[in-house]
Write a protein that binds this ligand. Structure first.
Ligand code: FA5
Ligand code: MG
Length: 421
């Protein structure tokens, strides 16, 4: 079989994250470009659109704890095992996630903190954080993005369920008075089952509370321009997550398109058990802040969130949703690179993208694979990628782009032993 490449000689002995040193090992795949983003915490930067969006959502849940200071360095156990991810889940792989070493990784989702927050005794909380996933490069994917986790638990008793019913009644009444059309699905089904340990009546009430709470949030975020003639449209879709059942996704119709906003569900009882929480049942959701902020603020490219340019930053003030006015788009510069891989080796697309990000930073707009074939005689694989360089802030000179492209080629040769064609 084909083996992945590794480059032990190029690896530093340790990496530093938020003032802590971590020893590296053959698993380490965090890059300098990724680590440089860790201290920034855009969701806490004054006047940043992600901060405004966070506070807007928090204001919709005034009685919840609002948490946002958890370190991104977590164990794979916390990110996956504690949440009942199977051992062979693809999210665990080195090509999909960033590992500091074999024992620690950068969280891939805010759900990684569910157990510890429930263990603290929190019963209704929101948690906002930067999350990290290895991915392709284009205008809507970035290896660092921001999520908000929300959860609420109730006493699994007649009295507790009465409170859920009262809350549901209140939420339902308010929604009935507003301009929202909800494309709903059943709270439980054969393919989206209630957990064995749950009373189906309790699960039904909690799922209903989840849906009503989130429909109310969608109205708060997207309902500004809604009217009787032009109501906000929300649709519920059956989903699967290892740590919730039943599970759902929410989509909102905005600017002529269905937009995936979040995943959610009734919390696996195993999660609460692990956290030492007894006699409770609850819901959780996880939403992506960039996706929402891009449509609410009219931000066309996900890289802009990281811009230090005053023409970007000065357009926003804390608490206000305003439409971004694009400053002129600078010219794109395409460069192709074709190469042979050493025999019987593999280069994952995400490895290539991280290498390009390390050379180019945010000057890379997107990366596309143009060609991929295996030579029938030598069995060597040939790849061709097209890199689109474009700055959001200025025109790039030819020399500058050539220089970055040279670095890409150098890195390809030293890290992956390729032969340029
Ligand atoms: C999760 O991350 C789950 N932890 C969500 C969850 C929480 C489910 C609690 C149940 C209970 P998912 O990978 O689908 O699920 O991501 C959740 C949201 O994050 C998506 O709906 C999307 O809004 C956002 N998101 C996911 N991937 C990206 C990405 N590459 N770039 C920007 N936003 C993303
Ligand atoms: Mg999803």
């Amino acid at each position: 079989g084909r083996r992945p490449l590794s480059t032990p000689s190029l690896r530093p002995d340790f990496v530093e994250i938020l003032g802590e040193r971590y020893a590296t090992d053959p698993i380490t795949n965090v890059t300098p470009s990724i680590l440089s983003k860790v201290p920034i915490r855009l969701h806490t930067q004054p006047s940043h659109p992600l901060n405004t969006l966070r506070t807007l959502i928090e204001s919709n849940f005034p009685d919840f704890s609002h948490l946002s200071s958890f370190s991104p360095v977590v164990s794979p156990f916390k990110n996956f095992d504690e949440l009942s991810f199977p051992k062979d889940h693809p999210g665990r792989s080195l090509t999909d996630s960033y590992y500091v070493n074999k024992d620690l990784m950068l969280r891939t989702h805010t759900s990684a903190h569910e157990v510890e927050v429930f263990r603290e005794g929190q019963t209704q909380w929101l948690l906002t954080a930067d999350v990290y996933r290895r991915d392709e490069i284009d205008g809507s994917h970035y290896p660092v993005f921001h999520q908000m986790e929300g959860a609420r638990i109730f006493e699994a008793t007649t009295q507790g369920m009465k409170e859920v019913e009262e809350d549901n009644f209140r939420l339902e009444r308010d929604l009935a008075r507003s301009n929202i059309v909800i494309d709903d699905i059943p709270n439980l089904s054969a393919t989206n089952p209630v957990q064995d340990v749950h009373d189906p009546v309790h699960s039904e009430l909690v799922a209903r509370n989840l849906k009503l709470s989130l429909n109310t949030l969608m109205l708060r975020l997207f309902g500004g321009a809604s009217s009787k003639e032009n109501p906000l449209r929300v649709r519920w879709i059956e989903a699967y997550f290892p740590f919730t059942s039943p599970s759902f996704e929410v989509e909102v119709f905005f600017n002529g398109k269905w937009l995936e906003i979040l995943g959610c569900g009734v919390v696996n009882q195993a999660t609460l058990d692990t956290a030492g929480v007894q006699g409770q049942i609850g819901w959780a959701f996880g939403l992506g802040l960039e996706r929402i902020a891009m449509v609410l603020f009219g931000i066309p490219d996900i890289r802009l969130f990281w811009s230090q340019d005053q023409r970007f930053l000065s357009q926003f003030s804390q608490g206000a949703i305003t439409t971004f006015k694009s400053y002129s788009k600078y010219p794109a510069c395409f460069k192709d690179v074709s190469f042979w891989l050493p025999q019987a080796t593999n280069l994952h697309e995400n490895d290539f993208c991280d290498l390009v990000r390390d050379a180019a930073g945010d000057l890379v707009e997107d990366v596309k694979k143009l060609d991929d074939f295996v030579h029938p005689k030598t069995n060597r694989q040939s790849l061709c990628y097209r890199i689109n360089y474009r700055s959001m802030d200025r025109s790039l000179s030819n020399e500058e782009v050539n220089d970055i492209q040279k670095q890409v080629i150098e890195k390809l040769k030293t890290q992956f032993g390729v032969e340029i064609r």
